[in-house]
Design a protein. Structure first.
Length: 224
């Protein structure tokens, strides 16, 4: 079988891949990502490992790509933007809704968070649960409807929703700790506004950022 000209095998991480990651980090800086901890995590996590063979050479482009089951690995800028807006601290307990490929979870873990990640699609859940620990990343994997959150593990210091929601699910804001922050794209199925919800003295403060285009959040509090 012909070998990919850049990547010799999927787990190899040599100076070529590290160089491509550093170039990606430079692009993200130019696009306005300033948090050095986020940039260091992007520089550390081998994104190519989350790609299937045919797409491997595209791993360090600033683009979303298919991961099977009609789902995508988010664009690195989107991952960086959401992570920066989370104002994450090492040790924070984070719920990620939409495990997908596991790349975002790996970035959160690389920043020292304790991560619970929930995926609705059974095949992706199984695939990612098998892959991430091989790379040394060990979140708590859950399978189910993350639009309801994970009440048994609440409260969370941070919640990151990586699929587009029609509304902010109350089930999720209820699971935010006092002082907690949630980042969630909300809108229609074509485009969504990135929202940051902060819980302060029991009240919810809402900030709005740019538009993004995510696959839909499914489930009871998502697109049915
Ligand atoms: N964070 C992912 C990554 O790093 O690859 C990208 C996520 S992809 C854009 C969105 C994911 O959300 C898909 O894997 C999809 O199956 C999942 N999803 C959609 N609705 C969900 C729900 N209600 N609960 C959990 N996962 C959901």
């Amino acid at each position: 079988m012909a070998q990919n000209p850049i990547f010799l095998n999927e787990f190899e991480d040599n100076y070529r891949q590290r160089g491509l990651r550093n170039q990606l980090v430079k692009k993200l800086r130019l696009k306005g990502i300033l948090d050095e901890n986020v940039l260091a995590a992007i520089a550390k996590v081998p994104r190519h490992v989350f790609f299937d063979g045919a797409l491997l050479s595209h791993a360090y482009e600033d683009k979303a790509f298919p991961i099977g089951e009609g789902q995508t690995i988010s664009q690195p800028y989107t991952v960086a933007f959401q992570t920066e807006k989370l104002r994450l601290k090492a040790g924070d307990k984070v719920l990620e809704v939409g495990t997908g490929s596991g790349y975002q979870a790996a970035v959160l873990l690389a920043m020292g968070a304790k991560v619970y990640t929930i995926e609705y699609n059974q095949k992706l859940y199984e695939k990612t649960k098998a892959l991430l620990p091989k790379l040394g990343y060990r979140p708590f994997f859950l399978h189910g409807d993350g639009s309801k959150g994970v009440p048994a593990k609440a409260p969370f210091d941070r919640i990151i929703v990586t699929a587009g929601a029609p509304v902010v699910p109350e089930a999720l804001t209820a699971q935010l700790a006092e002082g907690g922050i949630m980042i969630i794209p909300v809108g229609d199925q074509e485009k969504q506004k990135m929202l940051r919800i902060t819980k302060k003295n029991g009240k919810l403060l809402k900030e709005e950022f740019d538009n993004f285009a995510f696959v839909p959040l499914l489930g009871v509090h998502g697109w049915k």
